[in-house]
Design a protein around this ligand. Structure first.
Ligand code: FES
Ligand SMILES: [Fe+2]
Length: 360
């Protein structure tokens, strides 16, 4: 009996469209150890990462062309090769099969896996999965991570979110939620009424939210001189399509000038795993240390790391993941009812829509 699987495969094809001609964060560079394959699904495609002998990273589809075993279960060999765990085919860093231990040893022309450009920059590994040439100059600027004293950088952290990238990005673009979800930690009752401004420049959107005469939230308390009690509090958000964000969050000074305030560059890097799940990398880089006591600064670094993880994993994630379940459970397509706080997210969505139209 002939079984026609074509309709089944057609149904299984993902309906979601990702922006492909863009740089996505694949993982923290520190998490790709020499000699060890690292598996991660990005844009619904299972990938394997490893390092060449000279340290440069490699990314390729995590599926052997023979019987489709996961190459990430195999071994890294000398000569920048990865060996399939099932029957020992070996692949070079460009994805071409370079060794077949079976039969006459001939390598079939089809023995190749697709590889993708991957670049190590700003202590992150960035991947390009589009069909246009990968232009490194388009990697968004996270130079706040470069050459900085480690005591100023909170833990380079990671969460896997059971929600679309879009929901997480919308959460970050709307800092009004800090007054409710992170009350006391990141926002206060004073920060509901903030002046919001938006600027857009060649695909980069900036949203500023400044509140005057605000209590210092507990996240910034240790970073701020005790003499400052009520002051200006601000969030300056920079969004680079499709999903890389920095939120400069701080207090003090006239507002909006890190040189005169106390806080940090909060880096939030989102990458779709699938259309219903996301990789969330985050870390914060502190601006002005108020003490020379390095033991004290290290204690602050650890506290900020824990508090930020608590805010995102224990406060944001339950709400965002439940949003996703509510959306999935709807019997009809949903359109959000927009409020003034959504103005930034709406602007970014408009830019993204245009980019998606030009993507292919
Ligand atoms: S599945 Fe990879 S060599 Fe057979
Ligand atoms: Fe949040």
């Amino acid at each position: 009996m002939k079984i026609d699987i074509a309709p089944v495969l057609a149904d299984a094809a993902p309906a979601h469209r990702y922006l492909r001609n863009a740089w996505y964060v694949a993982l923290w560079a520190q998490d790709l150890e020499p000699g060890k394959p690292f598996a991660r699904t990005i844009l619904s495609e299972p990938l394997v990462f490893f390092r060449r002998e000279d340290g440069r990273p490699v990314a390729m589809v995590d599926r052997c062309p023979h019987r489709f075993a996961a190459l990430s279960m195999g071994r890294i060999l000398p000569g920048d090769r990865i060996m399939c765990p099932y029957h020992g085919l070996e692949f070079g860093a460009d994805g071409a099969c370079v060794h077949n231990p079976h039969g006459n040893g001939q390598v079939p022309a089809t023995a190749r896996v697709r590889s993708y450009p991957v670049v190590e920059k700003h202590t992150l590994l960035w991947i390009w999965m589009g069909d246009r040439e990968a232009d490194e100059s388009l990697i968004p600027d996270y130079s706040c991570f470069d050459g900085v004293d480690p005591v100023r950088v909170s833990k380079r952290d990671y969460l896997r979110m059971d929600a679309s990238c879009e929901l997480v990005v919308n959460n970050l673009l709307d800092t009004s939620h800090t007054s409710y979800v992170h009350t006391g930690i990141l926002g206060t009752g004073d920060t509901v009424a903030a002046r919001t401004e938006i600027q857009e420049d060649r695909g980069t959107v900036r949203i500023s939210r400044i509140s005057d005469n605000s209590e210092v939230p507990s996240m910034y308390r240790d970073l701020t001189p005790a003499s400052i009690q009520r002051t200006t509090k601000w969030n300056l958000i920079r969004w680079n399509a499709p999903s890389n964000i920095i939120i400069q969050g701080g207090v003090g000074g006239p507002g909006g000038d890190p040189a005169q305030g106390f806080g940090y560059d909060g880096c939030h890097l989102l990458t779709p795993e699938t259309d219903r799940s996301a990789h969330y990398h985050f870390a914060a880089v502190r601006w002005n240390l108020i003490s020379d006591d390095m033991a004290e600064n290290e204690a602050i670094r650890q506290r900020i790391s824990q508090l930020r993880r608590f805010a995102f994993a224990d406060q944001d994630a339950p709400i965002i993941e439940m949003q996703q379940r509510r959306i999935d459970a709807s019997r009809e397509p949903l359109r959000p009812m927009l409020l003034s706080v959504d103005v930034g997210a709406v602007r970014c969505q408009r830019v993204l829509k245009q980019l998606l139209e030009n993507d292919r």
